[in-house]
Design a protein around this ligand. Structure first.
Ligand SMILES: Cc1cc2nc3c(=O)[nH]c(=O)nc-3n(C[C@H](O)[C@H](O)[C@H](O)COP(=O)(O)OP(=O)(O)OC[C@H]3O[C@@H](n4cnc5c(N)ncnc54)[C@H](O)[C@@H]3O)c2cc1C
Length: 437
């Protein structure tokens, strides 16, 4: 291909930090466009796929199916996966640089933005990413105990994640039983007493962050009605464009939804002021325009105001911009390119996007590497995978892709017995036990 012809044809070794969609898209482009080359993904979890496994809702199997394509990429002979390795903790960037010509940071943006307000530390306050992690069996969320004693939950924020959380809380447990939801979470949801779910947007009906198709999905939850707390005029599109009329249609569908078992309330133009309660949340105080205050009682509040990226030790970070500064994927410090370091995915652009949005930006990053290839491959490297010895000495049990496939097979087998696509293993120990057998 055109890119390969430009190269001096020395083998290019690339390390990618993270194993979410961005990492797999980059790996796929590199392996297809940049031969001879090898790509190694370093992932802090003992399993791959990032938020596709840890956050996408279990009632969206089509989105989860992205993992099939990623598994095909992993079959390439030039591909390697080093799971259960947290870069910055178990292995430093400097160490990686001894073994790889190029390093792509694809660590995502999944840390919840903090809700700075009175009562922020009260029990009963959760964040959307952890809650999604909980129902997906994310290992570090297994001990979460969301309070669903009910009857009311408040979700602050109106993006796709907020609608996901509302939908999972509103959906009858029987509808979720045969999805790949964590069995432990499913039991808690089965016993839930929540009947009223309030989604609260800071701005108006046409300034929300959720997609109209997500609202329509919410409108189809059996036994659940949606109440739109907005004057009819506020629901009229501000402009006669296609996006606004698509949203208008979604509001019409939501407004017509029927069901009494559970209700979802969509509120607009309300700013959270304080979480109320002594030790535990009992409600949220909101401010509306014209200094009007509204109190919504609840047993649990979910912060869904978005996610931020985390800094990576040794690389610059734009606090306000919530990303690693870069020009077209090349990491920059004070406008000077740091040779050999690249970014892709949510840590490159910020968190607010869907999986497919990572593709063009990953291609841009890979094209940058291809352009730099001759210079990169001139750097002599340490031979082989010597870092594995250091990891072993530090007590890190590396999980290979082949080993992940064993864990995957065990989860699928367990699921088959319960009529589910998979029954997730909920601890590192349980996953390691599969490998030790
Ligand atoms: C609740 C929720 C629901 C969503 N639902 C959908 C949906 O239905 N459809 C859709 O298209 N998109 C959805 N998204 C968005 C989608 O998941 C993201 O766009 C996508 O996952 C971003 O890909 P990424 O590779 O940049 O980051 P991630 O998927 O976050 O992957 C980053 C990876 O890096 C790893 N990592 C981080 N730090 C380190 C480190 N120091 N060392 C090693 N590894 C590290 C992480 O463990 C993770 O596996 C959802 C997001 C959320 C939060």
């Amino acid at each position: 291909m055109k890119e390969s012809m430009k190269s001096n044809n020395l083998p290019l070794r690339t390390a990618i930090i993270g194993a979410g969609p961005a990492a797999f898209f980059c790996a796929d482009y590199l392996l297809r466009l940049s031969q001879p080359c090898s790509v190694a993904l370093f992932e802090r979890r003992p399993y791959p796929f990032g938020l596709v496994r840890d956050a996408v809702a279990p009632d969206k199997p089509n989105i989860r199916a992205a993992a099939h394509a990623f598994t095909r990429t992993a079959q390439h002979p030039g591909f390697a996966f080093f799971g259960n390795v947290c870069v910055g903790r178990d292995l430093s960037l400097e160490e990686l640089k001894q073994y790889y010509h190029a390093i792509i940071v694809a660590t995502g943006a999944s840390s919840p933005r903090t809700l700075e307000m009175q009562g922020g530390g009260l029990a009963g306050s959760e964040d959307a990413v952890s809650l999604a992690g909980w129902y997906n069996g994310r290992l570090d969320c297994a001990c979460l105990r969301p309070d669903l004693a009910g009857p009311s939950v408040v979700i602050i924020g109106a993006g796709n994640a907020a609608l996901d959380i509302a939908r999972i809380l509103a959906t009858p447990a029987v509808e979720l039983e045969h999805t790949d939801i964590s069995c432990a979470a499913w039991e808690v949801l089965r016993d839930s007493h929540v009947t009223e779910i309030h989604i609260v947007a800071r701005r108006g009906p046409y300034d929300v962050c959720f997609a109209p198709q997500e609202l329509e999905l919410l409108s189809r939850v059996p036994g659940c009605g949606i109440e739109l707390h907005a004057a009819p005029a506020r629901l009229e599109p501000p402009a006669p464009d296609a996006a606004a009329s698509r949203m208008r249609k979604a509001y019409a569908v939501a407004g017509a939804s029927q069901g009494r078992a559970r209700r979802i309330h969509l509120h607009f133009d309300m700013n959270p002021v304080a979480l109320l309660g002594e030790e535990k949340v009992t409600g949220v105080l909101f401010e509306k325009p014209a200094d009007e205050f509204v109190h919504i009682a609840c047993g649990m509040v979910v912060n869904s105001i978005g996610q931020t990226a985390c800094p990576v030790a040794g690389l610059p970070f734009e606090e306000g911009g919530n990303r690693i500064p870069n020009i077209g994927g090349r990491v920059v410090k004070e406008e000077t390119i740091i040779p050999g370091f690249y970014v892709a995915g949510a840590v490159k652009r910020g968190a607010n996007s869907v999986i497919g949005a990572n593709k063009p930006d990953c291609l841009e990053t890979v094209r940058g590497i291809l352009d730099d290839r001759d210079r990169l491959t001139e750097t002599p490297l340490d031979e082989g995978d010597g870092f594995l010895l250091s990891l072993r000495e530090r007590g890190v049990r590396v999980v290979t892709f082949q080993e992940w496939l064993q864990i995957d097979a065990r989860e699928r087998n367990r699921g088959e017995l319960k009529g589910k696509p998979r029954d997730r293993l909920l601890s590192l120990e349980a996953m390691m036990a599969v490998l030790d057998q």
